[in-house]
Design a protein around this ligand. Structure first.
Ligand SMILES: Nc1ncnc2c1ncn2[C@@H]1O[C@H](COP(=O)(O)OP(=O)(O)O)[C@@H](O)[C@H]1O
Ligand SMILES: CC(=O)OP(=O)(O)O
Ligand SMILES: [Mg+2]
Length: 403
């Protein structure tokens, strides 16, 4: 063993993808980054960039049957650059675990009990937790001697008061089935709210921030003085904003109606709401770039999908403004939030009375740095703050194993 290993491999296993990064926490540099997509489909795609060697991005298409095969392919790519999992410089492997329930409020060294608890939560995170467990098991098999750390999407939201975390349903039924609002993307909400405070030159304890994490999955959160007080996702990542393929908020009676009158099974309705709704259900595309192209070409279906997406977003800004009472900043992040200027402009349009406005020139700037896009006179800062879930997972994992 090297005296003080400082490298951390971060694995973010999604339902059909694995994103990964190898970082050196001595200087927080990235040594390699990559992505395996379309796992389980006929042609999966692997993209790997060995930043440490200055090597070019390598892309290949090959069938990758499951998450175990994906992780082995990742290990092979890393080894090809001398960055293999057998390296004595590796201090830990950090795993994004989507559902940690109520129990996990902190990053946690993975033991058999921890895996058992993540398994117990599969019914409330059927798309995500199984992939996370396979990632953990495969990594354990490759490096049984190394600490594996779980960083939970739900952890940041465990500070929500009961008034925000409980659904208004029969308390005994809710408690018996652990039905409550857990919230997700917490690693991103935590990181972005802190970075937003830094951008304002303040301590996180001094600011109230509304964070809008708009990726393929999307969620909003209200953060008071560094602690989450409300968030838009609930028992599962289906509640809240309109997403790439998920409906977000909906009258629950829609489900009874489909079951009783459209002859759909529970599994079919689940698939409809999680995979065939949101932007893709409304207009056939879930990529905001493609939707904007279609709107520019005069496509009305795409325009309506965009309006529905923005309308929901605006409602959450208003709701969290009311929850917080005083707002210092609204921060846009993730793929859509960081890149789609028209979404930012439309979400804030008409909110001048609330002290919110976007400066068109600042909003058009493209940069990888946190930046303000509100005009100087605005009472509330509007910011674009790139998220970095992998760096945050590596930081938390390393802090735990090097303590
Ligand atoms: N240049 C861009 N302009 C507009 N939208 C973009 C751009 N780049 C990415 N996106 C949007 O970001 C989404 C992916 O966001 P990301 O945060 O990477 O998602 P996830 O982590 O959930 O897979 C894409 O589906 C697309 O809608
Ligand atoms: C929890 C969740 O929605 O994650 P993702 O955005 O990665 O799908
Ligand atoms: Mg994401």
């Amino acid at each position: 063993m090297t005296a003080n290993p400082t490298r951390v491999l971060v694995l973010n296993s999604g339902s059909s993808s694995v994103k990964y990064q190898l970082l050196d926490m001595a200087d927080r540099s990235r040594l390699a980054v990559g992505l395996v997509e379309r796992i389980g489909e006929e042609t999966s795609r692997l993209a790997h960039t060995p930043l440490a060697t200055g090597g070019a991005k390598r892309e290949r298409e090959e069938p990758i049957a499951d998450h175990e095969a994906a992780l082995k392919a990742v290990a092979r790519e890393l080894a090809a650059d001398g960055l293999g999992l057998d390296s004595p410089e590796l201090a830990a492997i950090g795993h994004r675990v989507v559902h940690g329930g109520k129990k996990f409020t902190e990053p946690t060294v993975i033991t058999e009990e921890v895996v058992a608890e993540i398994e117990r939560l599969i019914p409330v995170a059927p798309l995500h937790n199984p992939a996370n467990i396979t990632g953990i098991r495969t990594a354990q098999a490759l490096r049984p001697d190394l600490p594996q750390v779980a960083v939970f999407d739900t952890a940041f939201h465990t500070t929500m008061p009961e008034s925000a975390a409980r659904y208004a349903i029969d308390v005994e039924t809710a408690d018996a089935h652990r039905i409550r609002r857990y919230g997700f993307h917490g690693t991103s909400h935590a990181y972005v709210s802190r970075e937003t405070a830094r951008l304002l030159g303040k301590d996180p304890s001094e600011v109230n921030v509304i964070v809008l994490h708009l990726g393929n999955g999307a969620s909003a959160s209200a953060v008071r003085g560094g602690r989450c007080v409300d968030t838009s996702m609930g028992l599962t990542p289906l509640e809240g904003l309109v997403m790439g393929t998920r409906s977000g908020d909906l009258d629950p009676a829609v489900i009874f109606h489909l079951a009783r009158n459209a002859g759909m099974s529970v599994d079919e309705i689940d698939s409809l709401l999680n995979k065939k709704s949101g932007l893709i259900g409304l207009c056939g595309d879930n990529d905001m770039r493609e939707i904007r192209r279609r709107i520019d070409a005069g496509d009305e279906k795409a325009a309506l999908a965009f309006e529905i997406y923005v309308h929901r977003l605006k409602k959450y800004i208003g709701a969290y403004y009311a929850v917080l009472g005083k707002v210092d900043a609204v921060a846009f992040t993730a793929g859509v939030g960081e890149n789609a200027a028209p979404v930012r402009e439309a979400a804030v349009a008409g909110l001048e009375e609330l002290g919110l406005a976007v400066d068109a020139d600042l909003n058009a700037v493209r940069a990888d740095e946190p930046r303000l896009i509100s005009p100087e006179y605005a009472r509330v800062a509007v910011a674009v703050v790139p998220t970095d879930e992998e760096l945050e997972i590596a930081t938390q994992s390393y802090a735990l194993v090097s303590a």
